[in-house]
Structure formats: structure tokens, C-alpha cells
Design a protein around this ligand. Sequence first.
Ligand code: SF4
Length: 248
Amino acid sequence: MTVLIDILKDHRTSEGAGRAAALSAAWEHLTAQEILQQAIHEQFVGDITLSSSFGADSAALLHMVGQIAPDLPVLFLDTDRHFFQTLQYRDELAARLGLKNVINLKADESEAAGEDAKGTLWRTNPDACCDLRKVRPLSRFMDGYSAWISGRKRHQSTTRARLPIVEFDGRHFKVNPLATWTSDDIEAYFKNHDLPPHPLVEQGFPSIGCFTCTKPVAAGEDARSGRWAGTEKVECGIHNPIYGGDGI
Ligand code: SF4
């Protein structure tokens, strides 16, 4: 039985990787709006979500979704440790852009009580804290879907420099419509569509996560260098190759 499950996993993984590679090649030179249109209305109809941090760059992708598919499930990982400015920005953007299906995902209460009773896990073991508050809630919700859209870009960090347009992580397809975008592209999109900036950007936060783990950065520094500053951690874990579940 175990051998049969392994064969099915291998088959699914190679089939998914092949489909992701073919879509990446076909979509590499499409606009972000065309990629969204294809992903939402052609390839993964009713089977795709968008994960958004409602951070510094998020309004661009959210604006496109508001025009192309306002009913799309927009997932916000509510860790209970967000800046209040982020929560206000989430609510204001959702109303302004006509997003009708913003869903707040939280840690399971009994898991949080058992694993982080003191609320200090972010300091003692940030990987475990992100796993509890981001990875598992997203993984549970995504059991009902086969694909999700992310706003990651190649220019953001060395770990994202080779980001494909479409990935397959063993369970889900991930669509990255902004993979080729630069910070100038984002700035121009905000300007052309009169989008409001996240209020913390002007205070030196080019990348915004939980208040416990985000610091402002100096001009010219890597935009993500204020995230988990002073530690080896660079990603929260939701973009690891296979998150949660057994991969099938
Ligand atoms: S970013 Fe920090 S506080 Fe937020 S879930 Fe991760 S470790 Fe916890």
C-alpha cells in the first residue's frame, strides 16, 4: 500500500511539475493581468485563491483582482501580531477595490494554547510560530483548492531570483503574476491607478509582516532585510516546497 501511495505521489508530482513548466513558458511574456485572467478564468476555474499580506506592494495585485474576479477568495493570514495599520489598510483596500471575499485565517485555538501559551514563540522559535500561525492555517484552507496566487517578485531577494510564473509544490500550483515586475513597475502601477500606500511605507518599512518580527530598513538596503532581522530566517514557510499534509 505504501509503495502504491509513493508511486501515485511521484506520478502526481511529475505531472504537476510538467504542467507548471508548460504554463510558465506560455505565460512568461504575458502581462500580469493576462496571467490572472488565464489562471482564474481558464486554467483553475473556481479552484484558485489569492494569498495577500496587505503589505507594501499588495494593492497592485489586489487592484487587478478587483477588476478581473472580485469574488476570488483573498486569504489574509491573521497572526494576531499585525500592525494595526495593516488591519486598517486591509479593510480600506478591500472596500475601495470591491474585494468581496477577503477571508482571515487564524491559528487553531487549541494548537495555539498548547504550543504558545505564553505568546513568546515568535522570539524563542520563529519558525514554529510561523508554522502555527501561517503555514498550517493556509494549508488547512487550501485542502479545498488546487492553486493559489502569490505576489512574490524575482527582484525581492536572492531566494526569489529564479521564481517561475507557475510552480508546483507537490500539492498545489502557485501562480506568480508579478514575478518579472521591478519596484519601478509597482510604483508606476500605484501612480497610474491612484492606489493608496500602506501607511508604514513612509516610515521606512518596504516589507511589512508581524510587528514582532519587522523592523524599518535604511535607504538602499534589501527591502526584506527588516524581516526577522538579526536571524537566519528569510521566509515565513508558506512558500516552502511542500507545506503541511502528506503531499498527496
Ligand atoms: S512573523 Fe513572527 S510573529 Fe508572525 S507568525 Fe512568524 S514568527 Fe510569529
